[in-house]
Design a protein around this ligand. Structure first.
Ligand code: FAD
Length: 432
């Protein structure tokens, strides 16, 4: 029995019938972050092996919403043609307090004024195929079970071929952990989530609707629990084309009060409340949910020769739960740093990864984390949404900030928002 390895790979089988696969970089996980890392490394001629425990196409619990940020990343990976086959939309319709406003994506020097809704079964396969076309070796249905460590860091990742049961030893100069939110190997290497930072919980299902071709994704910002308190989160209806919409509910669970909410029940309540205008048919399959690790809450995210990317590094935007673009972006950043480390033979260059990640997203995510602390307080969430829904002139910049679509020179604005958010929180805490 052997691992399914394409020709040309250096393999040695030891006495225990364990196959060894050598490459420059081993990537654990073939979702957005792993596939992007593999694509950018393979494009530069490096030998990359991706292990993915599922068989693609596979469903991945997600809202399937791609913002203009994600579009830029996908186009950079040569996915423009694929995107034209997906459902394009032009902005966000915000609904709360009996009002509804359509906010188009802003004009921006770098990002387009449109996004897509793309089922992850299709999207993830297409990006992983792109990495394969660039030269990456992909071992599907192989689950990384553990990592061996040595003097210089990781010495190997052991992955089981889920068809044959055989264990492969993946040996490389560098390792990228792109396992998503249930990051077993990352955790075994000491990566822990800071419980003081936000964690999202979300659930979604696909429902047939006659409005599946609409050009606006919809967010409902005034969802209430049994006591009538506004929930820190939102319900979404993302028209997905082809007769269906992705309908979901997500909340910030950093307070025990919200952790106790039954998300399946809340989703149903949301569907019942919106059914009148969307006329949903029965769900294609039962709703599924998952965790959203946000705000760079995990550390350490790099070791002597390994790097964590995407959800494994908690790279989801705390403002809106968007994770796909950041998975691509962290994968691309990691690939850039590994390119330098491989080219120079200087593994210590990996230390630049957490620094570069902080330089790029640190301030914005700090603001996002402060924002989450604010809106976890129902009165503040309610006051904030109520005020925003009074004035589209206020709502549009809020949406721009939340989707991280401010022009590049806006660090000073973000800093100002950060100070204001903190001041508001302190004032509220001392008043309460
Ligand atoms: C309900 C919900 C709705 C969401 N909606 C949106 C949205 O609309 N837009 C958005 O941008 N983001 C959304 N997100 C977040 C988004 O799904 C994630 O941020 C994104 O998938 C992260 O990509 P990733 O590559 O880091 O991880 P994943 O997409 O989770 O990919 C990890 C891959 O690694 C594989 N894997 C895991 N462990 C192993 C192992 N040991 N060995 C081998 N393979 C392994 C998995 O099978 C998987 O394919 C949502 C999340 C949830 C839960």
């Amino acid at each position: 029995m052997t691992c399914l390895v394409p020709l040309g790979t250096l393999i040695s089988v030891n006495g225990d019938s364990e196959t060894e696969i050598r490459s420059d970089v081993t990537v654990v996980g073939g979702g957005p972050s792993g596939a992007a890392t593999a694509y950018w490394l393979a494009m530069r001629g490096f030998d990359v092996t991706v292990v993915e425990k599922k068989i693609f196409p596979r469903d991945k619990t997600c809202g399937d919403g791609l913002t203009p940020r994600a579009v830029v990343q996908l186009e950079a990976m040569g996915m423009a043609d694929f995107l034209t086959t997906q459902h394009r939309y032009v902005g966000l319709r915000a609904v709360a307090f009996g009002r509804s406003f359509e906010i188009p994506w802003p004009k921006h020097p770098e990002f387009p004024e449109y996004g897509y809704v793309s089922r992850r079964s299709l999207l993830d396969q297409a990006v992983l195929d792109r990495a394969r076309e660039a030269g990456a070796r992909v071992l599907m249905h192989h689950e990384a079970l553990s990592a061996e460590t040595g003097a210089g860091g990781l010495a190997a990742v052991l992955a089981k071929n889920l068809d044959t049961g055989e264990v492969c030893r993946l040996v490389s100069k560098f390792y990228v952990l792109a396992e998503g939110s249930n990051a077993r190997v990352s955790r075994s290497l000491g990566a822990v989530r800071n419980p003081g930072k936000p964690l999202g919980l979300a659930i979604r299902a696909y429902h047939p609707t006659t409005r599946a071709s609409e050009e606006w994704i919809e967010s409902h910002l005034e969802l209430r629990d049994d006591s009538g308190a506004i929930i820190p989160g939102y319900g979404w209806i993302f028209p997905a084309g082809n007769g269906a919409a992705n309908v979901g509910f997500g909340l910030l669970s950093n307070r025990s009060r919200w952790r106790k909410l039954n998300t399946t029940r809340e989703l149903q309540r949301f569907i019942d409340a919106t059914d009148g205008s969307w006329t949903f048919g029965d769900a294609e399959f039962p709703a599924t949910g998952g965790k959203l690790p946000m705000g760079l809450a995990i550390s350490p995210i790099a070791g002597p020769n390994h790097i964590m990317v995407g959800d494994a590094a908690a790279s989801i935007n705390p403002f809106n739960g968007e994770g796909i673009s950041y998975a691509y972006e962290t994968g691309r950043l990691a690939a850039g740093i590994l390119t330098q480390a491989l080219a120079t033979g200087d593994a210590s260059m990996i230390k630049a990864y957490p620094e570069q990640l902080r330089a790029r997203f640190g301030l914005y995510y700090a603001v996002g984390n402060a924002f989450v602390r604010l809106i976890s307080e129902p009165k503040l969430m309610s006051a904030g949404v109520w005020s925003a829904m009074r004035s589209p002139a206020l709502l549009a910049p809020v949406v721009t900030v939340m989707a991280n679509l401010l022009p590049g020179s806006s660090a000073a604005q973000v800093e100002r928002i950060y100070r204001l958010a903190n001041a508001a929180r302190e004032r509220f805490s001392s008043a309460g």
